[in-house]
Design a protein around this ligand. Structure first.
Ligand SMILES: Cc1cc2nc3c(=O)[nH]c(=O)nc-3n(C[C@H](O)[C@H](O)[C@H](O)COP(=O)(O)OP(=O)(O)OC[C@H]3O[C@@H](n4cnc5c(N)ncnc54)[C@H](O)[C@@H]3O)c2cc1C
Length: 450
């Protein structure tokens, strides 16, 4: 499906409602320049990382321009659940089955290293306070015998391969119920993780890049088409500011990537996710982040204001009951996510509202849940048919690159993927046999016949 351009009037997330975006309507110059060396489309987490890493890799004479249809971090980055969680044991046996042992272990090593690197970056650069970073760990709760059994096998598999990735606590039923304050949990596993205010971090990165004169940024500038020119450069058409010509283009448009790259529409999909913010009278749990395995709900509890951000519900509802589905053909690896394919973050879906409310009430019946939400919103994620992100050059479009499609789990990956694509663009990626080449777009989609 064509995701179209980002909606003009998205619902404000709690994050975007509770902080003023300094780069909501920012133009580096009154008019869009006619030309640039490198053009990044999308100013979310991936666009920020790409621009940041490029600034370390290219000369000052190479102009980098960033365009976004909205303000900075007003796509998925400004509407997500606030979790920074490495995969660790989670779903590792599924990945072994689908992609092999080497990949499954490498991906976890990568995410773990990346989470540590992000945390160091945020603390070392003095951004951690700005981004309200909490080292609050993450607990995955299991409510079915089958999922709990598999989880323990996953932990055993990691141990067998000498992979610990920091702390890993396994809580059997009694402990899990007590610590989670939830009566129906069969077991839980706690790992190291962080929570944060994602948009604030990305605003800060862009502000520093602008101050250093490392990028030119134009927000509120939707790109409507990318066309070839006789010179081999690309003409990038915008809805409201004319055309800018670029030698190199990097698509960091995530859930919307199919709009400018129609050849990817069969393999990359916008998937809508819903979240709400609830103000609790007090802190409830010692840990600050939770994911409910079988129903894919997730929540964080913020230290600062007792706000609980809770979202998900993607697999609790039969996709066939939803009006915007293509459930028969789009069953993402059996997760039922086909039921949520839509590129819409300007409205909420009432069934999901009820679902999230039921989740908190039924799993935490003793808590004093408020009657009203502080905010409720939707966000657009980029999903891929093979469940792997697309990171690298588009071989049929010379000097065009993509970094997108994180399947709802971008926080531990986008920083690395931005660097990876920056390395490719600047010619510093020397990795012919690198296992990360599994993310290259080549051969993962079919070009329409001419
Ligand atoms: C509700 C929700 C909850 C989530 N929770 C978590 C979580 O807790 N943990 C986690 O790891 N991940 C989570 N994710 C996923 C995570 O937020 C994303 O993987 C990550 O933010 C992707 O960043 P990005 O920069 O690639 O995409 P985005 O932040 O979506 O940025 C893409 C940008 O491209 C712009 N754009 C698109 N098309 C065009 C165009 N044609 N012209 C100009 N600009 C364009 C958009 O305006 C947008 O700003 C969640 C996502 C959502 C939606």
């Amino acid at each position: 499906m064509d995701p179209g351009l980002p909606d003009k009037y998205p619902l404000p997330s709690w994050w975007l409602q509770n902080a003023k975006n300094p780069l909501s309507d920012f133009q580096s110059t009154p008019n869009l320049p006619h030309e640039t060396d490198i053009l990044i489309i999308g100013a979310g987490y991936t666009g920020a990382s790409t621009a940041y890493h490029l600034s370390k890799m290219i000369g000052k004479d190479c102009q980098v321009t960033v365009l976004d249809a909205r303000g900075v971090a007003e796509g998925a980055t400004g509407r997500n659940g606030g979790h920074l969680i490495p995969y660790n044991h989670r779903n590792i046996l599924r990945d072994v089955e689908l992609f092999g042992e080497d990949y499954a272990l490498w991906r976890r090593d990568l995410e773990w290293a990346n989470v540590q690197e992000i945390a160091s970056f945020l603390y070392d650069e003095g951004i951690a306070d700005i981004a309200e970073v909490q080292k609050g760990d993450n607990v995955m709760a299991y409510c079915t015998e089958e999922s709990w059994e598999i989880a323990k096998q996953e932990v055993a598999f990691c141990k067998k391969h000498n992979r610990e990735w920091g702390m890993c606590e396994v809580w059997e039923q009694q402990e899990a119920r007590q610590r989670l304050r939830s009566p129906d949990v069969l077991g839980a596993i706690k790992i190291e993780a962080y929570q944060m205010f994602p948009a604030k971090w990305i605003w800060e990165v862009f502000q520093r890049l602008i101050k250093a004169n490392a990028v030119q940024l134009y927000t509120q500038t939707p790109v409507t088409a990318v066309k070839s020119t006789p010179t081999g450069k690309w003409a990038v058409h915008t809805e409201n500011k004319g055309i800018i010509v670029a030698k190199t283009i990097i698509h960091c448009t995530n859930g919307w990537m199919g709009h400018l790259l129609p050849e990817l529409r069969e393999v990359c999909f916008p998937v809508s996710e819903q979240v709400m913010a609830l103000k609790m009278p007090k802190q409830i749990w010692k840990e600050r982040g939770f994911v409910w395995h079988s129903v894919a709900h997730y929540l964080i509890q913020r230290d600062k204001d007792n706000i609980v951000i809770v979202g998900g519900g993607r697999s609790t509802i039969d996709g066939k009951n939803r009006p915007f589905i293509d459930h028969e053909t789009m069953d993402f690896l059996g997760t039922g996510l086909g039921g949520m394919i839509r590129a819409n973050d300007s409205s909420i879906y009432p069934v999901l509202h009820t679902d999230i409310r039921q989740f908190v009430r039924s799993h935490f019946p003793n808590e004093d849940w408020p009657e009203y939400e502080e905010a409720e919103w939707a966000g657009v994620q980029g999903y891929t048919k093979d469940h792997l992100p697309y990171i690298g050059p588009l071989e049929h479009a010379p000097n065009q690159f993509v970094s997108a499609g994180y399947n709802g789990h971008g926080m531990p990956l986008c920083w690395w993927s931005g660097r990876r694509v920056a390395e490719m663009v600047s010619g510093k990626c020397n990795a012919a046999d690198d296992i990360a080449n599994i993310f290259l777009p080549r051969q993962r989609f079919q070009l329409p016949s001419a």
